[in-house]
Design a protein around this ligand. Structure first.
Ligand code: PHE
Length: 478
C-alpha cells in the first residue's frame, strides 16, 4: 500500500466539477467543430460516425482513464508522474520517455492549432464588421456578407491564406491569449477560462443547432450522419481516420489529460469522470455535425469540402440564410471559446514540466514556451503563401505532397499521438503495478475493472499499432 502522494505547492482544481469542466474544455475544441465535420464529410458520413463512436468507447475512453490516473497518482508534470509510477512499479524510468514524446507532440500541435484558431479570429473580425454593417443599415437579420457575391464570400479564405501578415497577426493574438491564461495558473487562469467559456459555448452551440434545425435541411443532415454504409465503414482509411480523430478530439496521446489529472483531488472517481468527459466530447461533435450539415445541405453545397468546410463552405451557406450575419458571428465566437480552452491544455503540459524541472516561475515558463510556439507556428503560416511550394518530407511515403502545415498535422496526429498512446496502453496494461493502478481507477467492483483492463492491455495496443502502421505505410491499405 502506497501512501497517497501529495507534492508541496502542487495546484489543484477547486472542485470535481471544475476538473470535469476543464477536461471537457480541453477535449472540446477545433477538433469537434472543424476537424470532426470535415473528416466525417470526407469519409462518407454515417460510416465514419459509427466507427468513430466505437473508437471512442473502446479505445478513447479507456485510454482517457489511463492518462488521468497517471497524473492523479503522480501529482506531478506528465514526465514526473510517469517516472514516479515506473519507479514504484520497479520498471525502468525510461518509460517516462513516453511522456516526453507526448509533450513534444502536443507542443507541435499547438504551433498549428494556434494558426487555425487565428483563422477563427479573422472570421470573427470580418463577420463582426458585417454584423455592425447590417445593424447600421437597419437590417440586423440579413444574411452573412450580404454586400458580397457568393464567390467573394468563398474567396475570403484563399485571400487570407495569401496574406501572411494578417495570418501572423491573428496567430499572434491567439498565442498571446493562450500564454496569458496559462501564465495565470491552474486555478486563476485555466479553471476560470473553462468555467466561463464552456457554459457560454454550450448555450451558443444549442442555439445554433436549433437555428439549423429550423432553417436548414435537418433531415438530410441526420440521414448523412446516421446512415452507415457498412462496406465503407470497414475500409482501412475510414478506420484510420476515425481512430486518429478520436485521439485528437479526446486530447489523448500527448499527456494533456495526464496534466489535468495531476490537479484532480484524491476523491475524484476517475472511472466516472473519464466516461463523462468522453460522452460530453462525443455529444458535442455530433451536435456540431447537426448544426453544420443542415446549413450546408440547405443551400445545396456538398459535405466533403474537407478542412475548408468551416471557413469557406459555412460562410457561403450563411450568406443566404435568414439572420446569417448574426449566426455566422456567433458561430465563430463559439469556435474561439472552444479553441482557447483546448490550447491552454496543450501549453500546460510543457509549462508544468519546465516549472517542475528547472524551478522556473510559471510566468517565465509560459512566456518562453508561448514565444517559441508562436515562432514555430510561423512556419505553418508561411506554408500557405511564401513557402507554398516547399515539400519538406517529399521523400517520405504519405507525405510526398505535404506542405509544412500538413507535415506538422500529419506527423503529430498520425505518428506521435498514436505512438505515445500505444506506449501508454502498454505501460498501464502490462508494466505498471496492478494494485496501484486499479486503486486509482475508481472501478471497484463489478465487471468494469476487468473489462477496462482488457481494453487497455489488449485492444488499445493492437488497434493503435494498426493505425500507426497504416498511418506510416498508407500503401499497405491502398
Ligand atoms: N482535443 C482538442 C480539440 O478537439 C485538441 C487537443 C489535442 C487538445 C490534444 C489537447 C491535446 O480541439
Amino acid at each position: 500500500m502506497v501512501a497517497s502522494i501529495s507534492v508541496p505547492g502542487q495546484a489543484h482544481w477547486s472542485s470535481k466539477a471544475a476538473f470535469v469542466l476543464a477536461a471537457v474544455g480541453s477535449a472540446v475544441g477545433l477538433g469537434n467543430l472543424w476537424r470532426f465535420p470535415s473528416e466525417a464529410g470526407a469519409n462518407g458520413g454515417g460510416a465514419f460516425v459509427l466507427i468513430y463512436i466505437l473508437c471512442v468507447a473502446l479505445i478513447g475512453a479507456p485510454l482517457l482513464l489511463a492518462e488521468t490516473l497517471i497524473g492523479r497518482h503522480g501529482q506531478r508534470s506528465t514526465v514526473g508522474s510517469a517516472k514516479l509510477l515506473a519507479r514504484q512499479s520497479n520498471a525502468s524510468s525510461g518509460w517516462a520517455a513516453l511522456a516526453v514524446i507526448g509533450m513534444i507532440a502536443n507542443y507541435l500541435i499547438l504551433t498549428f492549432y494556434s494558426v487555425v484558431a487565428g483563422w477563427v479570429l479573422y472570421f470573427i473580425w470580418t463577420s463582426g464588421a458585417d454584423v455592425a454593417r447590417t445593424v447600421a443599415a437597419g437590417q440586423p437579420f440579413a444574411g452573412a456578407y450580404a454586400d458580397l457575391t457568393i464567390d467573394q464570400v468563398r474567396q475570403q479564405m484563399p485571400d487570407l491564406f495569401a496574406d501572411p501578415v494578417k495570418m501572423s497577426i491573428a496567430h499572434f493574438i491567439f498565442a498571446a491569449a493562450t500564454t496569458f491564461v496559462v501564465a495565470r495558473g491552474v486555478k486563476g487562469g485555466i479553471e476560470v477560462a473553462a468555467t466561463w467559456l464552456m457554459p457560454a459555448f454550450f448555450v451558443l452551440l444549442l442555439g445554433i443547432t436549433v437555428y439549423a434545425g429550423i432553417t436548414g435541411d435537418f433531415a438530410a443532415a441526420v440521414a448523412f450522419l446516421f446512415t452507415p454504409d457498412f462496406e465503407r465503414a470497414l475500409q482501412p482509411q475510414v478506420l484510420n481516420s476515425a481512430l486518429g480523430q478520436a485521439f485528437f478530439s479526446l486530447s489523448l496521446g500527448g499527456g494533456a489529460m495526464v496534466a489535468y489529472g495531476a490537479y484532480a483531488s484524491r476523491d475524484t472517481n476517475l472511472g466516472q469522470t473519464s466516461g463523462l468527459i468522453s460522452a460530453a466530447d462525443t455529444s458535442v461533435a455530433i451536435i456540431a455535425g447537426l448544426a453544420i450539415f443542415p446549413i450546408v445541405f440547405s443551400v445545396g453545397l456538398t459535405p466533403d469540402a474537407g478542412p475548408t468546410l468551416m471557413f469557406q463552405t459555412l460562410p457561403a451557406a450563411f450568406h443566404s440564410m435568414p439572420a446569417g450575419a448574426l449566426v455566422a458571428f456567433a458561430f465563430f465566437v463559439l469556435a474561439l471559446f472552444a479553441a482557447l480552452t483546448s490550447s491552454v491544455s496543450l501549453l500546460e503540459i510543457s509549462t508544468a514540466y519546465l516549472v517542475e524541472r528547472f524551478k522556473m516561475s510559471r510566468t517565465l515558463a509560459a512566456g518562453l514556451l508561448g514565444g517559441g510556439f508562436f515562432l514555430i507556428g510561423m512556419v505553418s503560416v508561411l506554408s500557405f503563401n511564401v513557402w507554398a511550394d516547399h515539400r519538406p518530407l517529399a521523400l517520405v511515403p504519405g507525405f510526398t505532397n505535404a506542405n509544412w502545415f500538413d507535415v506538422f498535422d500529419g506527423v503529430t496526429g498520425r505518428i506521435l499521438l498514436p505512438l505515445s498512446g500505444l506506449i501508454t496502453a502498454v505501460f498501464i496494461g502490462w508494466i505498471a503495478d496492478r494494485k496501484l493502478v486499479d486503486e486509482e481507477t475508481g472501478l471497484k467492483s463489478g465487471p468494469l475493472l476487468p473489462l477496462w483492463r482488457f481494453l487497455v492491455a489488449w485492444l488499445c495496443p493492437i488497434a493503435v499499432f494498426l493505425i500507426l502502421l497504416f498511418g506510416l505505410f498508407p500503401q499497405l491499405i491502398s
